[in-house]
Design a binder for this molecule. Structure first.
Ligand code: NAD
Ligand code: UD1
Length: 330
C-alpha cells in the first residue's frame, strides 16, 4: 500500500491515476488547503477504481497516526506542502512549520511503523541561479526564498535518514515546470486564489479573468528576451514517480533525479503555441522583470533515462491543449 500525501493536489491527483492504472493499492491524504475533494471523485471516475482517503493535516501527528495504524503502508509519495514563493517570503514560519515540521512528523511515523521507501517532491528551485544549462543533478545548490529553503532542508533531512538507516531508500525528484492536464479534462491545475505560475496565468488571460498576461521582462539574454524554462507535462511527471518507486523497490540510499524534458521554451513561445493550438487570443503586456527570476533554466534529464528508464514523451502542443481543455469550461 502506497501513501500519497497531498493527493487532491495538482501533481498528486495525476500520480494517483498513474499508480491506480499500474494496479497499485493506494491510500491518500490531504487537508484541502490548496485543493478540493472533487479531484478525488475525478480520479475515481478516470480509473474506475476506489481507494481510502483521509482528510488530515501533516502537522497533526496523532491524526496522521491513524493512517499508519489502519493501513499496511510500504512506501510514501510525499506531495503535500505549500508552494507559493511570494507567500513564503511573507510568511516564512508557515512554510517552515507546514513543509518541514509536517515532513518530520511523517518521517517519525514512517520510522515507528517500519516504512522504508520515500519519494519526495523536490524542485529545480534548489539549483538557485544555475551557472550553466542544462543542469545536472550534481550542480551546486542554493535557495533564494523560504519555499526553496524548505526543499533544500528536507532533501538534507532525507539524506541524513539514509545515513542513519541503511535500509531507508529515498528518491529526491527535482521537478522542472509542470504544466498540462489529464486528457480526460477531469483533473488539472486548479489552485485556490491567484496563481503565480505562467501557464495558469496564460489560461486566466485567455479566459478574460485577467485583462492581460504580464510578461516579466523581454530583456533577458535569451532567444527572444523572455525567460526560458523546461515545461514538463504533468502526466509525464506522474509516470516519473512510478519509475522512481520501482527503482526504490531494489535500492537503498538517497537517489536524486531531474524530472524535466531537457528543452527550454521562452515565455513568447509559450504564449504563441498556446494561442495557435487552442485558437484563442492571449492578451499580454511586457512589464519589468519579476524579482528573483533567472533567465534560463532547463534540465539535463539523462540520469532519469539511464537509471529509471523514464523520459518525458509529450509535446508542448499537448501541454498547451490539455491545460486549456481543463480550464476553459471551469
Ligand atoms: P498543490 O498545491 O496542487 O498540491 C499540494 C497538496 O498538498 C494540496 O492539495 C494541499 O492542500 C496539500 N497540503 C498542503 N499542506 C498540507 C498539510 N499540512 N497537510 C495535508 N495536506 C497539505 O501543489 P502541486 O503543484 O501538486 O505540488 C506538489 C508538490 O510538488 C509540492 O510539494 C510542491 O512544492 C512540489 N513542486 C511543485 C511544482 C509545481 O510547479 N507545481 C514544482 C516543483 C515542486
Ligand atoms: C517559479 C518559482 C520557483 C518554483 C516554480 C514552480 C519564482 C521566483 N520561482 O519558478 O521557485 O519552483 O515556479 O512552482 O516564483 N512569467 C511571466 N508572466 C507571468 C508568470 C511567469 O512572464 O505572469 C515568466 C517568468 O518570468 C518565467 C516563466 O514565465 O520566466 C516561468 O515562470 P513560473 O511559471 O512562475 O516558473 P519559474 O519562474 O520557473
Amino acid at each position: 500500500m502506497i501513501l500519497v500525501t497531498g493527493m487532491a493536489g495538482y501533481i498528486g491527483s495525476h500520480t494517483a491515476v498513474a499508480l491506480l492504472e499500474d494496479g497499485r493499492q493506494i491510500v491518500g491524504m490531504d487537508n484541502f488547503y490548496n485543493s478540493s475533494p472533487s479531484a478525488l471523485d475525478a480520479v475515481k471516475k478516470i480509473t474506475g477504481k476506489d481507494f481510502a482517503f483521509y482528510n488530515a493535516d501533516l502537522r497533526d501527528k496523532e491524526g496522521m497516526r491513524r493512517i499508519f495504524e489502519e493501513n499496511s503502508i510500504d512506501a510514501v509519495i510525499h506531495f503535500a506542502g505549500l508552494k507559493a514563493v511570494g507567500e513564503s517570503v511573507e510568511k516564512p514560519l508557515l512554510y517552515y512549520e507546514n513543509n518541514i515540521s509536517g515532513t518530520v512528523n511523517l518521517l517519525e511515523l514512517m520510522q515507528e511503523y517500519g516504512v522504508k521507501r520515500f519519494v519526495f517532491s523536490s524542485s529545480a528551485t534548489v539549483y538557485g541561479e544555475p551557472d550553466h544549462v542544462p543542469i545536472e543533478e550534481d550542480a551546486p545548490n542554493s535557495a533564494t526564498n523560504p519555499y526553496g529553503r524548505t526543499k533544500l532542508y528536507i532533501e538534507g533531512i532525507l539524506k541524513d535518514m539514509c545515513v542513519a538507516d541503511k535500509k531507508f531508500s529515498v528518491a529526491l525528484l527535482r521537478y522542472f515546470n509542470p504544466i498540462g492536464a489529464h486528457e480526460s479534462g477531469l483533473i488539472g491545475e486548479n489552485p485556490n486564489g491567484i496563481p503565480n505560475n505562467l501557464m495558469p496565468r496564460i489560461c486566466q488571460a485567455a479566459k478574460g479573468i485577467m485583462p492581460f498576461l504580464t510578461v516579466y521582462g523581454d530583456d533577458y539574454p535569451t532567444k527572444d528576451g523572455t525567460g526560458v524554462r523546461d515545461y514538463i507535462h504533468v502526466c509525464d511527471l506522474a509516470e516519473g514517480h512510478l519509475a522512481a518507486l520501482k527503482k526504490l523497490e531494489k535500492s537503498t540510499g538517497a537517489l536524486i533525479y531531474n524530472l524535466g524534458t531537457g528543452i527550454g521554451y521562452s515565455v513568447y513561445e509559450m504564449i504563441h503555441t498556446f494561442m495557435k493550438v487552442n485558437s484563442v487570443n492571449v492578451p499580454y503586456k511586457v512589464c519589468p522583470r519579476r524579482a528573483g527570476d533567472v533567465p534560463t533554466v532547463y534540465a539535463n534529464p539523462d540520469k532519469a533515462l539511464n537509471e529509471l528508464g523514464w523520459r518525458a514523451e509529450r509535446t508542448l502542443e499537448d501541454m498547451c491543449k490539455s491545460s486549456w481543455e481543463f480550464v476553459k469550461n471551469k
